[in-house]
Write a protein that binds this ligand. Structure first.
Ligand SMILES: [Cu+2]
Length: 341
């Protein structure tokens, strides 16, 4: 969890499948010629990307997905494709539980649904392949434009525990799925934030992720909601635009600027900011803005270092203050369902 690292855990690289090319065979194919009304058809280079994912048991009763054996994390790796691409996932179930991988935002057959309903899951110890397809925007009859797959989506287990397969999400089997449009700006860093019941990434303050960036770095946040509670995601001192990318796309883009957004079970969004833009470096909070949720531990720190990577004045003290805080729910909620850890 390179970008979700705190100081007590070893760090290793969470690689972008697009940017770092960690995937194996990419099979080019000419597909999906996107034809907007009045514009000539354009040949789109679609590829099939193949990745192997290992589902593993983790300490504390948790489970995780990883790109290599022994490297599973909560949340799992960020999976990325471009619109038009196909992602072929070989899921290796190293656990003694039934589980699967189920995506949001892309196309798939019932066999890749990842649900017990469709008999689509890995038995304990089983390896199974799931195929996710994506498409570009296209013109349909009736002067309609059909949306493409681009977006900040997510994936999760849909087969563990119950008939409906809800136990895996509660125990950490989830991660971000990004479908990019060709030409999208790639970030310097990525942070995945999953609001799950009273936890962030199945952890509570002060053990929540400490996200770090240097002043001016382009940071991509992917926010995902899970569990049984409604949340609002808030980031201090930074704003984004409430559209697909978080950035204004043109002078006529009327998307509102926001710094707080609903993050409810099953929903997701993402955006990019330049770390510390207009406000400078420092220790900035991110948290759920439901007040008794932030009191209960749904808060973390976005540390914006100086441009040279050094610590800005006051940041160390702020982090110590955060780590010394009492994080407890004054209403003595009993709905902490973060599953161990
Ligand atoms: Cu909340």
């Amino acid at each position: 969890m390179d970008d979700t690292a705190d100081r007590t855990r070893p760090t290793f690289s969470r690689r972008s499948l697009i940017a770092a090319g960690t995937l194996g065979a990419a099979v080019p194919a000419i597909g999906g010629a996107a034809t907007l009304a009045g514009t000539p058809a354009r040949a789109v280079l679609s590829v099939t990307r193949r990745v192997t994912i290992y589902a593993e048991a983790l300490p504390g009763g948790l489970f995780g997905y990883g790109l290599q054996p022994g490297k599973a994390t909560v949340p799992g790796p960020v999976l990325e494709i471009y619109e038009g691409d196909t992602l072929e996932i070989t899921l290796v179930n190293t656990t003694n539980q039934r589980l699967s991988i189920h995506p949001h935002g892309v196309d798939y057959s019932t066999g890749s649904d990842g649900s017990p309903l469709n008999d689509s899951y890995n038995d304990p110890g089983e390896t199974r392949t799931y195929v996710w397809r994506s498409r570009e925007m296209f013109a349909a009859a009736g002067r309609r434009l059909m949306p493409g797959s681009a977006g900040y989506w997510h994936y999760h287990d849909h087969a563990m525990g119950t008939d409906h397969g809800t136990a895996g999400v509660a125990r950490g089997l989830y991660g971000a799925l990004i479908v990019r449009r060709r030409g999208d700006i790639l970030p310097d860093k990525q942070f995945t934030v999953v609001f799950h019941d009273m936890t962030i990434n199945n952890r509570t303050a002060p053990d929540t992720p400490l996200f770090e960036a240097d002043l001016g770095q382009r940071v991509e946040w992917i926010a995902i909601g899970h569990g049984n509670l409604f949340h609002t995601f808030h980031l201090h001192a930074h704003r984004w635009v409430d559209n697909r990318t978080g950035m204004l796309e043109s002078l006529s883009d009327s998307s509102p600027a926001i710094d707080n957004k609903d993050l409810n079970p099953g929903s997701s969004f993402g955006f990019q900011v330049l770390a510390g833009e207009g406000v400078g470096p420092g220790a900035w909070m991110y948290h759920c803005h439901v007040q008794n949720h932030s009191d209960g531990g749904m808060a973390g720190i976005f540390l914006v270092r100086n441009a040279d990577g050094s610590m800005p004045p006051g940041a160390e003290e702020a982090i110590h203050r955060f780590q010394g805080h009492a994080h407890h729910d004054p209403a003595s909620h009993t709905d902490h369902q973060g599953a161990g850890g």
